[in-house]
Ligand binder design. Structure first.
Ligand SMILES: [Fe+2]
Ligand SMILES: [Fe+2]
Length: 185
């Protein structure tokens, strides 16, 4: 597998861990327990900052090259490209909703909060599954070295991951610590 694909796959593994954390918060809500709104807001912030702005543009480049060299899975490619345009707003809306509850500028019932988190998880999970289970395997078997050369030229930025990378952004220190503890458990 090309390094770009293994890196993108690792991003998916990382994202899935964050979605699991969100799912645990949903369970807490359903059980009537306190939830960690700040933690969820940090997760949304990371997804906005990394998945939406760094991860998806790399995939866009790959999907465009794939579309030019293969007629396979045309609808899936178009759907994923469209989702890349829509997901930043989905993430921002989710983060805003959490922050409005944190800042007391909006009152959401537990059920409304529950539903918003569930909807966010399922949107992210569906996108991830379509890539991991649908398009990524096709790309891995279709692309030749020349295709990767085109992709490499098109990807200008290899920005560092501010949560799972070497340098952790201050905002994500709590989240990072929690992930480390979960790994040890
Ligand atoms: Fe994607
Ligand atoms: Fe992805």
């Amino acid at each position: 597998m090309h390094k770009i694909m293994s890196d993108l796959h690792q991003d998916h593994v990382n994202l899935a861990k964050l979605l699991t954390l969100l799912a645990q918060q949903v369970e807490k809500l359903a059980a009537g327990d306190e939830v960690d709104l700040l933690l969820m807001s940090d997760i949304a912030d990371y997804i906005r900052r990394y998945s939406d702005q760094i991860h998806h543009p790399k995939e866009d480049e790959i999907y465009r090259v794939f579309r030019a060299c293969s007629n396979e899975a045309g609808e899936l490619v178009e759907a994923l490209l469209l989702e890349h345009q829509q997901l930043p707003d989905v993430t921002l809306d989710f983060q805003k909703a959490l922050e409005s509850v944190i800042n007391d500028t909006a009152i959401l019932t537990r059920q409304e909060l529950h539903d918003q988190i569930v909807a966010f998880i399922s949107t992210q999970q569906a996108h991830l599954d379509a890539e991991e289970g649908g398009l990524f395997p096709l790309i891995n078997t279709t692309f030749q070295a020349a295709d990767w050369a085109v992709v490499e030229q098109g990807i200008q930025e290899h920005a560092a991951d501010p949560l799972f990378g070497v340098h952790i952004m201050d905002r994500y220190r709590n989240l990072h610590q929690l992930m480390k503890e979960r790994q040890r458990a």
